[in-house]
Ligand binder design. Structure first.
Ligand code: AMP
Ligand code: ZN
Length: 115
């Protein structure tokens, strides 16, 4: 996808504060962090959202889930972290290239407020 923001970041066409990169994924700090540590783990493959994930993507998505805690620890999140995947407009997604937010290091409130 030539005009997708995260594809451009993955190709190195837009700068980012990189956390990690391999052949399949890139991770970089969120430009507008919600907590002291907030970075995104992004597949280099353009997938608009989790709603587009299919059987072909099982190993890629599995690798991302296994990688997330390793990267979180490297970023100092020894006590845990929050992972968020916003999916579609109804899920508050703003950038339509699948990404896992990895957030922590501060006072993390309950994810959903009830009552
Ligand atoms: P989402 O709402 O899940 O689609 O999240 C999109 C995230 O991308 C937001 O947290 C933005 O702050 C972040 N973001 C937007 N542009 C950039 C950028 N150029 N570099 C890093 N993060 C970005
Ligand atoms: Zn993309």
């Amino acid at each position: 996808m030539s005009d997708c923001l995260f594809c451009k970041i993955a190709r190195g066409e837009i700068p980012c504060r990189k956390v990690y990169e391999d052949g399949e994924v890139v991770a970089f700090h969120d430009i507008n962090p919600a907590a002291p540590v907030h970075f995104m783990l992004v597949p280099k493959l353009h997938l608009a959202s989790l709603a587009e994930a299919e059987d072909d993507h099982v190993s890629l998505l599995g690798r991302m889930l296994v990688l997330a805690p390793k990267l979180a620890r490297e970023q100092g999140l020894e006590n845990g972290f929050r992972t968020v995947i916003n999916t579609g407009k109804g899920g508050g997604q703003e950038v339509f290239h699948l990404h896992i937010h990895i957030i922590g290091g501060g006072n993390i409130p309950p994810m959903v407020r009830r009552g």
